[in-house]
Design a protein around this ligand. Sequence first.
Ligand code: GLY
Length: 404
Amino acid sequence: MIKRLFILLTMISQMAYGDETDQAFAYADTQLRYQLEQVENVRKEKKDWTLMPRCVEKNGRLRMVRQPDWCCGFFSGELWQMYQYSHDPFWREQAVSNTWPVERVKTNDGSHDLGFMVYNSFGKAYELTGEQSYRDVVVQAARTLATRFDQRVGCIRSWSWGTPDRWQFAVIIDNMMNLELLFEASKLTGDRSLYDIAVTHANTTMKNHFRPDGSSYHVVDYNPADGSVIKRITHQGLFDESVWSRGQAWGLYGFTMCYRFTHNPAYLSQAQKIARFWFSQPDMPEDLIPYWDMRDPAIQTGVGPAQNGGCPRDASAAAIIASALYELADYVPDNDAKAYRDHADKILHSLFTSYQPSPRTTQGFLLLHSTGNYPAGDEIDVPINYADYYYLEALNRVRAFKNK
Ligand code: GLY
């Protein structure tokens, strides 16, 4: 009897979440059509058809960027996510026309963010269409990214700026995300060197970027002469030993993705260790949308620059974590998988019920309350495009799982 009741309750909750996923996509459909109108207005005014929406400024205006801004590929990625869900030619057309303006970045060797820019746009386009032209851009971008790899350090250099005043050879945890481009290009071409670079970068990061509890530093500065660690610091977190939420999210997603391509159990363990650390955060809000930095004293004092006062949240970190957990759940035994999916379901439920602006407002963004670069005073508690991208990706992932 109790078992039957449990099955019934599980079915009801699955139906509720299934409905909610479709409702979230229906909402995204309305919002993104509205965002396309806003984007068109700015492009016409500026006579620049390469501009992409990045965030909403504090004054409510749309901030537009073009390549090589690291956020230039997320908008087309969102449109591809809409096409993946709907198979509607409208979304495909919009995605195509917003993907090609990013192409030029494929030969830009000044940025480690080629994965963010090219994988989520051209990579997604290739995955959904199989068209050769997208594949070629992915491969070219990966070859360009590989030129930033340093054999002595065993990593791809992250930022080119700041050297030598602030660091010698900076590697940031975010850089794990760019390995997806290398792995994919290696798979497409059979070029083993791209795979080896990705694996070496992941191994070096696993060795040097993490604290014993599974949390990560934001920046590790290496000595390029011998590959030794000079210092471990932060740039976008509150202080060097703090827990910058999006950094933890990039690490979780990054090592989960590395396991997808390599089946190396060390990467799976690393991802699970990060998840354990994340689940044990004493100050995690009830709704599982983290504070921008989990060691910000404003969490306790309640005095901070969030819209309604208090410590700002980071919906983008939550969306990245949800998406990563859905993938990680596919690789682990049932008990862990359930815990990961439950956590991710709860994040999506919170985002759907409490973080979406009213339809046809807020420049068409899907989620409120992300924090981009708090120490620089930039993008604090605002909508940002990568939060929307990973939200849609997580929705597609949960839908794929529930349709299995
Ligand atoms: N560099 C990526 C981020 O701000 O998370």
